[in-house]
Ligand binder design. Structure first.
Ligand code: HMG
Length: 384
């Protein structure tokens, strides 16, 4: 029998500030129900100027290291589409901040929101080669769009860290998977831009096309039938999008996929917003925290990254998975955020650290890691 490999521990982090979408709607003259019901979103995390994909990723990864130490970790995979350097992997800063051993390889992966899932599958492959090794996967992003565009209410910021090992305590990544790559300009960020360009309606249809193509590929490559999948997690740029994907899959399969259980996957992301590479995995963490009946069940995860790459994989949830979880820390990360009013949100948005000009940042809060300054063009981070 082949080694069982999968997710041994999970942790998440989000940004220092939160904006209620009702406040955004009021100031933009939009019906708040458009955001609450139309997009399925209530709030979004906003990073302080001393936060970015590195500090959020470090905050998530530190929780895993505190619980398990560094033993066996020889690879750190950092997935992001809001990485801070075109050359150096964001995970290298995290290696320094967390004091991880030198004897690790660190690399950054990118394919829009899909990068975290690519990192997970790569990690599974590495552990299959040597089951003594463990791989630290970090998926971290700041989802930032231009203000006064339809995408503004779908911003957010957050990170997940996954410890991938043999005989995992939480969930085995099952062997069958379905993948689909389609070259489409639905959402992209040229090198000279800090915000993406988006073809909104096309991005929705491209996501749905990808979900169906990934399912068909999964079915053609040894996947189980939809009846054997007990729960679903879909990438959540906003939670209504996951609902749309679920319905489209049901229609494609000619069966009704119950929507009720999706709610447990939405609890965190409704209040965090889009976190790109981390989004589907925060959806999974939310499900694991809110559904105590998952032992022995199979969870289907659909991950989508614009441009586009989609993957459908399944997880077999392990007996005793709840003992490996830390829902208190996750809820604290959400509840301890500082509320912004609209004007302060726009000021914080405008003061995000961009480019390579030297500057120092003010300490925004009690987060464990922060961007202290840009000096001689290099970002310098510090422990709080
Ligand atoms: P919009 O123009 O504001 O949307 O942009 P809309 O006018 O179509 O309204 C949205 C929904 O609200 C509609 O429901 C309306 O009916 C409803 P739907 O038809 O979709 O079911 N609505 C209301 N409901 C209740 N009460 C009301 C009301 N008014 C309207 N009063 C859009 C929406 C998502 C396009 C925009 O926010 C956007 O461009 N977002 C960014 C792109 C995005 O998130 N795309 C999702 C798929 S692509 C993806 O997931 C990849 C991504 O994560 C990036 C990556 O991979 O790196 C984005």
């Amino acid at each position: 029998m082949s080694t069982q490999i999968g997710i041994h521990d999970v942790a998440m982090a989000t940004a220092h500030y939160v904006l209620e979408l009702e406040d955004l709607a009021q100031r933009l003259g939009v019906d708040p129900d458009k955001y609450r019901l139309g997009l399925g979103q209530d709030a979004m995390s906003i990073p302080a100027p001393d936060e970015d994909a590195v500090t959020l990723g470090a905050a998530a990864a530190a929780q895993i290291i505190a619980r398990h130490g560094v033993g066996g970790i020889r690879t750190v995979l950092f997935a992001s589409e809001s990485g801070v350097d075109q050359s150096k992997a964001g995970g290298v800063f995290i290696q320094g901040l967390l004091g991880l051993p030198r004897g690790v390889r660190v690399v950054e992966l990118k394919q829009a929101c899909y990068g975290g899932t690519a990192a997970l599958q790569a990690a599974v492959g590495l552990v299959a080669r040597n089951p003594e090794e463990r791989v630290l996967v970090i998926a971290s992003d700041v989802a930032r769009y231009d203000v006064d565009t339809p995408a503004e209410p779908t911003q957010g910021a957050g990170a997940v860290a996954l410890l991938v090992s043999a005989d995992p305590a939480i969930a085995v990544v099952e062997e069958a998977y379905g993948v689909a790559t389609m070259d489409v300009d639905d959402f992209w960020r040229p090198n000279d831009r800090s915000t993406p360009l988006v073809a909104g309606a096309l991005s929705v249809s491209a996501y749905l096309d990808s979900a169906i193509a990934a399912w068909d590929d999964y079915a053609a490559h040894g996947g189980v039938s939809a009846e054997q999948i007990d729960r679903w997690v879909h990438h959540q740029p906003y939670t209504k999008m996951a609902r749309k994907a679920h319905r489209a899959l049901g229609e494609h399969l000619g069966m009704e996929l119950p929507e009720g259980p999706l709610e447990d996957t939405f609890t965190y992301n409704r209040r965090i917003g889009n976190t790109y590479t981390a989004s589907a995995w925060i959806g999974l963490i939310s499900l694991l925290h809110h559904d105590s009946t998952l032992a022995g069940s199979r969870v289907g995860v659909f991950s989508y990254g614009s441009g586009s790459v989609g993957e459908l994989l399944t997880l077999a949830v392990q007996e005793g998975y709840r003992e490996a979880l830390d829902p208190v820390a996750a809820r604290a990360a959400l509840e301890e955020r500082q509320k912004l009013d609209f004007d302060t949100y726009r000021r914080v948005y405008a003061s995000a650290v961009q480019g390579s000009a030297d500057q120092r940042t003010e300490r925004s809060g009690a987060q464990p890691y922060r961007l202290a300054e840009v000096k001689d063009g290099a970002r310098r981070y510090e422990k709080a």
